[in-house]
Ligand binder design. Structure first.
Ligand code: PEP
Ligand code: MN
Length: 266
């Protein structure tokens, strides 16, 4: 059995953005050794400031061929319903029946209408496709719940729907720890209860720096998160995006150990 494959808490891990085939191969190899099956690799990369914008649709075959034949689960961000359709069409072209895959919608590029259209397209996708939506940038519980309502009304099933807390933009408010985004763990738990779906945490975009990412994960263990999406990079000092916050694989193992300790204490 692979090291941490028995964990109940799901961990999605991998680079902020897909950068090359070598980077993907190295990531998959390390994740396999750790027993993590969900491979994060963003193809479309919305950025705060221009830079590496991602492989876009051109990276779809690279991502799927590098993960699916090895029983790994590719995970990538989508920004529009056209991206959703491209992901679904690529499965057909790869001749993979009912692939396991996960797509998510980030915070920085989000609105209810777009989300609803994405959900409509995804609801006609393969039966094992999971969809994760992150909370919006600003603190507003009603807006967050509205996203859930739009997605489920559009026909995407709750069993395959996940929400993800990635903190709220600090704006000019207090931020003594200088976090990239401010977590509201209790609110996330309330939302989990209210929506009745799984709630993941994105500590990478909350912490913003490696050490803080680890601290946020440790603090979150008091709460009942069903999973994590964590940025990890095989060559952290040369990452093309989010260079300060991507963990090393040794640090990811530290995280998996912490989660394991929590689960065995229960
Ligand atoms: C991401 O997951 O890569 C990302 C940018 O997330 P967010 O839009 O939530 O900041
Ligand atoms: Mn990132």
């Amino acid at each position: 059995m692979r090291k941490y494959s028995q964990l109940k808490t799901k961990v999605i891990a991998g680079p902020c953005a897909l950068e090359s085939k070598e980077q993907l191969d190295d990531t998959v190899k390390s994740l396999k050794e750790l027993g993590v099956e969900y491979v994060r690799a963003s193809l479309w990369k919305p950025r705060t400031a221009p830079g590496w914008e991602g492989y876009c649709f051109y990276g779809l075959p690279m991502l799927f061929e590098g993960t699916l034949p090895q029983d790994m689960i590719p995970c990538t961000e989508i920004l529009t319903q056209i991206h959703a359709q491209m992901v679904i069409d690529s499965f057909k072209l790869c001749r993979i029946k009912n692939p396991k895959a996960l797509v998510w919608n980030g915070s920085r590029n989000q609105n209810h209408f777009m989300l609803r259209m994405m959900a409509e397209v995804l609801s006609k996708g393969p039966p094992e496709l999971e969809f994760m939506f992150k909370n919006q940038l600003w603190l507003d519980q009603k807006h967050w719940y509205g996203m859930y309502q739009h997605i489920t009304e559009a026909g995407f099933p709750k069993e395959r729907l996940i929400s993800c807390h990635r903190g709220f933009n600090p704006g000019y408010g207090e931020n003594p720890r200088k976090l990239r985004n401010i977590p509201e763990f209790k609110m996330a738990m309330e939302m989990k209860e209210k929506m009745g779906i799984r709630m993941f945490l994105d500590p990478s975009h909350i912490g913003g720096e490696r050490q803080k990412v680890l601290e946020i994960i440790e603090e979150s263990l008091e709460y009942d998160f069903d999973g994590y999406i964590i940025e990890v990079h095989p060559n952290v000092d040369n990452a093309l995006t989010d260079i300060a916050q991507q963990l090393t694989f040794a640090q990811l193992e530290q995280v998996l150990k912490m989660i394991q300790a929590k689960e065995t204490k229960k």
